[in-house]
Write a protein that binds this ligand. Structure first.
Ligand SMILES: [Zn+2]
Length: 185
């Protein structure tokens, strides 16, 4: 059952795919209003995250439920793809079903890869789903986002895992001066 008309769907998709999509604006406004600072679409981080918070070493992705297949489980085997089922907030169109399933699967795989890469670089990823920003649940979602950010901040301060001690000797007798740009002389 395709409940949306063609026109509704295309405007929906434009809204979800655009740069300043409404759900993302909701998150940004809330963050800013609560004193959290960020930058947008950082070009040098994997996946060009929507919102980048350096201080928290955290990237926030605001995902459209349809495009990113919120709650849609993809079977590991290609031949089982026909069994992919829609979820509450991601209704896969009946027409061109294979196309949409493949598209959603690619997006899911990409999301996973990006988060993996970010984690390897010591960055946290937070995904906020469009459906979690509906008026009824919005405040709760955003409050828990703020809570998570503060928790991350505190944890990272305690662990301090990104810094290399300055006096650490090199593994071998390498020429240290080039490595550090002759800082010592
Ligand atoms: Zn959703």
């Amino acid at each position: 059952m395709d409940r949306l008309t063609k026109q509704q769907r295309s405007s929906n998709m434009a809204a979800i795919h655009g740069k300043d999509t409404k759900p993302e604006m909701v998150v940004r406004k809330w963050l800013w209003g609560h004193g959290f600072r960020y930058r947008l679409n950082h070009p040098r981080l994997p996946g060009k995250p929507d919102i980048v918070m350096r201080k928290y070493r955290t990237c926030i992705f605001v995902n459209g439920c349809f495009w990113h297949g919120h709650g849609v489980a993809m079977p590991p085997v290609e031949s089982l793809k026909l069994k992919v089922e829609s979820s509450e907030c991601c209704k896969i169109p009946k027409t061109n079903r294979d196309f949409w399933v493949a598209k959603i699967q690619r997006n899911q795989e990409r999301d996973a890869r990006v988060q993996h890469e970010l984690a390897a670089m010591g960055w946290h990823s937070i995904t906020i789903w469009e459906c979690e920003l509906k008026p009824k649940v919005r405040e709760k979602t955003l409050e828990s986002l703020g809570f998570t950010l503060n928790k991350i901040f505190l944890q990272d301060r305690t662990i301090k895992r990104y810094e290399i001690p300055e006096e650490e000797p090199m593994m071998a007798a390498e020429d240290v001066s080039t490595e550090y740009g002759n800082k010592a002389t």
